[in-house]
Design a binder for this molecule. Structure first.
Ligand code: 2AL
Length: 248
C-alpha cells in the first residue's frame, strides 16, 4: 500500500526526518511517500501558520489522488486541513494529533502532551475538546522550543523535551506521554528510554493506524459531510479549484 505522509510545513529536512521515521515503522510492503507543500510557513506555531498550511495540505491530497494513494497522514500536531482533506478522497486521512490521542488511550487512562511552544498549547487543547479526549489528557505542557530548533539545535531541544517529559511523569499522575510535534518523530525512542514511560508519537501512530484502516478495507465515508465538496466557482488566487471533481 502507498501512504502519503504530508509534512504541512515547508522545511525539507523535517520532511525527510518524518519520512524516515514513517519508513522505520511501516510494515513490509508499505511505501511511504513523504511530501510537503510547494509554499507556506517553514514551521507551524500559530493559528495563522496553521491556516496557511491547510491550503498546502489539501493541495498535497489532490496530488496524492492522482498517484494511487491508499492513505494519508497529516504530520503536524494541529492536524491542519484534516476534515477538508477527508472531503477530497475516499482513502483514510489520519492526523497525527488524533492518531496519538487514540493510541495513548489504548495503553493508559491518562496522558500528558509535551509540545514545542506554550503559545501552541491552545491548538492541542482545542483538538482534545473537538475529538472528545479532554478527560484523558491531564496537561498540555510546552518545552518552549521553536519548531525549527528540532532540526537546527537538536541536542538542546532533546534535553528540554526530556526535562519536560520527566516533570509530566513526576507531577501529572499519568501513564503515557504524547509528543506534540511532527518534528519529534525521530526522537521518540530516545525520549521513551530517557523518561521510562510509554511515549506516543503521532507520525508513527498515524502510519500504523492508516495501515490498519487500509487493511480493514475502511476509507473515508462519502455519506454525509465528508462527501466530495460540491463543484463551484472559486475566484482570485483560488480559481484553480473551480469545478473541482473527484480524481477517482
Ligand atoms: C507543529 C508540527 O507538528 N510541525 C510544525 O511545524 N509545527 N506543531 C507544534 N505544536 O509544534
Amino acid at each position: 500500500m502507498r501512504i502519503r505522509v504530508i509534512n504541512p510545513n515547508t522545511t525539507s529536512a523535517m520532511t525527510t526526518a518524518i519520512g524516515e521515521a514513517a519508513r522505520r515503522i511501516a510494515a513490509p510492503g508499505t511505501e511511504i511517500v513523504a511530501t510537503q507543500p510547494d509554499g507556506g510557513p517553514v514551521s507551524i506555531e500559530s493559528h495563522f501558520d496553521e491556516a496557511i498550511s491547510a491550503v498546502g495540505v489539501v493541495d498535497e491530497i489532490l496530488h496524492g489522488e492522482r498517484d494511487a494513494t491508499d492513505a494519508y497522514v497529516i504530520a503536524c500536531f494541529g492536524d491542519p486541513g484534516l476534515l477538508a482533506g477527508r472531503e477530497l478522497t475516499r482513502a483514510p486521512v489520519v492526523g497525527i494529533a488524533e492518531a496519538a490521542f487514540h493510541m495513548a488511550t489504548l495503553i493508559s487512562t491518562r496522558f500528558s502532551i509535551v509540545t514545542t511552544l506554550g503559545r501552541t498549547a491552545i491548538i492541542a487543547e482545542h483538538l482534545l475538546e473537538q475529538y472528545g479526549f479532554r478527560h484523558h489528557c491531564r496537561r498540555v505542557r510546552a518545552a518552549e522550543i521553536p519548531v525549527l530548533d528540532l532540526e537546527e539545535n537538536g541536542e538542546n531541544a532533546f534535553g528540554r523535551i526530556v526535562d519536560e517529559c520527566r516533570r509530566a511523569r513526576d507531577e501529572d499522575g499519568i501513564g503515557a506521554i504524547v509528543l506534540g510535534c511532527g518534528g519529534m518523530a525521530k526522537l521518540t525512542d530516545a525520549i521513551s528510554e530517557a523518561v521510562g514511560l510509554p511515549v506516543v508519537e503521532g507520525v508513527t501512530a498515524g502510519v500504523k493506524l492508516a495501515e490498519a484502516l487500509v487493511g480493514l478495507g475502511l476509507g473515508t465515508s462519502k455519506h454525509g459531510d465528508l462527501a466530495y465538496p460540491r463543484p463551484k466557482a472559486f475566484t482570485g488566487r483560488f480559481e484553480g479549484y473551480s469545478g473541482l471533481r473527484p480524481a477517482r
